[in-house]
Ligand binder design. Structure first.
Ligand code: BES
Ligand code: MN
Ligand code: ZN
Length: 499
């Protein structure tokens, strides 16, 4: 789908449908809706008077124009109460709108910067949110299905802006929204991909394609490289699989001078059977998405390159399967990470922290000034927080606050979990420097506490996205299946660091 911001009058534009809006309680529409209403001889006003259009959130009314304007249809989208309306609502409305419009005869759409009128929201923020919501809402994963007979694909969406002065800045904002949403959709594609179609080797190849397309520096560490570096934790997870592990690094340099301002480290388990501590059969297929952290950091780096902030960022994707093969790690085995720390593997299903341990050590070796890791780490995070937000753990309040702000700007909710020293003991082992699970509850914090020793004093934030990475149903910008949570937050963080 093509998205663009154009100057013009939405009542005069050529499209299969024109989208305008209405706040709850408004009886005489103004702005763009008023202009379209006037061109339709007051049809929208009459529908309001009849009570057929009330402007409630989620209300969509399709009105036919019978040749009174160039567009054959007008869609009036309800915005709800003006006091509750914000940029997040614009993004969600745009996603719901594009889904509503997936019907015969609609290939081209004209819309407006919802929220930039009487709600008084920032016009650029609204343009970006319309772009993001539209492209996120149009997402579907159809790769492995027979093509539909009458594929209902919208080809073009134009955001029509009246004010010539505002168009340039809104075009830039719209482009930013497109880049952010397309990176999210790339993550969704990778996470939805079945594990037989996305092995560590294939994921590494996709990362290299992304690097080539965006002029990124790239490197793939093979098993032998990892052995040389002493990445015994990551390698211990790969032991049960026939698929070779890959550690992918992509680097973007947006400022002059050496050094890395930020390393993004992602868990890339292309399938998690649990290993010898094997998972139950029910819902195990969902574990094809256990590489979402890796996909998120890789896709974020592509978007960062396209938006070009003045910051140096690297992505490290720790990729392997977790399988119960003959060479697999056994409960009780002790393995050694790149920094020399030994780990007693109590449960081979707590594999994400093992691959991240070496990924974090590698970020330290590259001297990253700050580190954010992203992982579908614990089922426990769903018990704590459900599918509404993701968990944040940190050793640095300042960096955590920046990540929280970046997530909020993406319309993503986050929640901080405590990392008090009081929790240090829960991963203590009798035979090694630490163990990979806890027997004392606090499963998600145990994941954070496990990772903490591998970052030392580098400012670090850990995102446990296991509650939100795959969704049972659509919800505004969120797609059914892989959601793409955290991708836009990571890009926003790099943009803020490079501003
Ligand atoms: N990949 C899972 C976590 C997960 C569960 C993600 C459900 C998405 C949905 C992770 O590797 C795992 O298995 N964690 C274990 C840890 C436990 C053995 C300490 C868990 O949460 O049960
Ligand atoms: Mn697991
Ligand atoms: Zn896992």
């Amino acid at each position: 789908m093509q998205f663009e911001v154009v100057a013009g009058d939405v009542a005069r534009v050529q499209a299969d449908v024109v989208v305008v809006n209405l706040f709850e309680g408004v009886t005489a529409p103004g702005g763009a809706t008023g202009a379209v209403d006037a061109a339709l001889d007051g049809a929208i006003g009459k529908l309001i008077a009849l009570g057929d259009i009330r402007g409630k959130t989620g209300e969509f009314t399709l009105v036919h124009t019978f040749g009174k304007i160039p567009a054959a249809r007008v869609l009036v989208a309800g915005l709800g109460k003006a006091a509750d309306f914000d940029v997040d609502a614009v993004r969600n409305l745009s996603a719901n709108t594009i889904r509503f419009l997936r019907r015969p005869g609609i290939k081209t759409v004209a819309t407006i910067a919802h929220g930039a009128g009487i709600a008084g929201l920032d016009a650029q923020a609204c343009a970006q949110a319309v772009a993001e919501g539209t492209i996120l809402g149009a997402y579907r994963f159809l790769k492995h299905k027979a093509p539909e007979k009458d594929a209902l694909e919208i080809e073009r969406v134009q955001l029509v802006e009246r004010s010539n002065e505002r168009v340039t800045a809104m075009t830039e904002a719209g482009r930013r929204g497109v880049v952010l949403a397309e990176a999210t959709n790339l993550t969704r594609d990778l996470a939805n991909e079945p594990a037989n179609h996305l092995t560590p080797a294939i994921l590494a190849e996709r990362a290299l394609e992304l690097a080539r397309a965006n002029g990124l520096e790239s490197e793939v560490l093979e098993r032998a490289d990892m052995e040389r570096k002493g990445m015994g934790a990551l390698l211990s997870v790969a032991n049960g699989s026939h698929q070779p592990p890959k550690l992918v690094r992509l680097t973007y340099r947006g400022r002059s001078g050496e050094g890395l301002d930020l390393a993004l480290v992602g868990k890339g388990i292309t399938f998690d059977t649990g290993g010898i501590s094997i998972k139950p059969a029910a819902n195990m297929e969902a574990m094809k998405a256990d590489m979402t952290g890796a996909a998120s950091v890789l896709a974020a780096l592509g978007a960062i390159a396209q938006l070009a902030p003045k910051v140096n960022v690297t992505a490290i994707a720790c990729c392997t399967e977790n399988m119960p093969g003959g060479g697999a790690t056994k409960p009780g085995d002790v393995v050694r990470a790149m920094n020399g720390r030994t780990i007693e593997v109590i449960n081979t299903d707590a594999e994400g922290r093992l691959v991240l341990a070496d990924g974090l050590c590698y970020a330290k070796e590259l001297k990253a000034a700050s580190i954010v890791d992203v992982a579908t780490l614990t089922g426990a995070v769903t018990h704590a927080l459900g599918d509404v937000c993701y968990a944040i753990m940190t050793n640095n309040d300042g960096l955590a606050a920046r990540v929280e702000a970046a997530a909020a700007a993406a319309g993503e909710r986050t929640w901080r979990l405590p990392m008090w020293k009081d929790y240090d003991d829960i991963i203590k082992s009798d035979v090694a420097d630490q163990m990979n699970t806890t027997k004392r509850g606090a499963g998600t914090i145990a994941g954070g506490k496990f990772l903490e020793p591998f970052v030392g004093d580098t400012p670090w934030v850990h995102l446990d996205i296991a509650g939100v990475d795959v969704m049972p149903a659509e919800r505004g910008w969120v797609a059914k299946g892989a959601s793409g949570y955290s991708v836009r937050a990571l890009v926003n963080l790099a943009l803020a660091m490079g501003a």
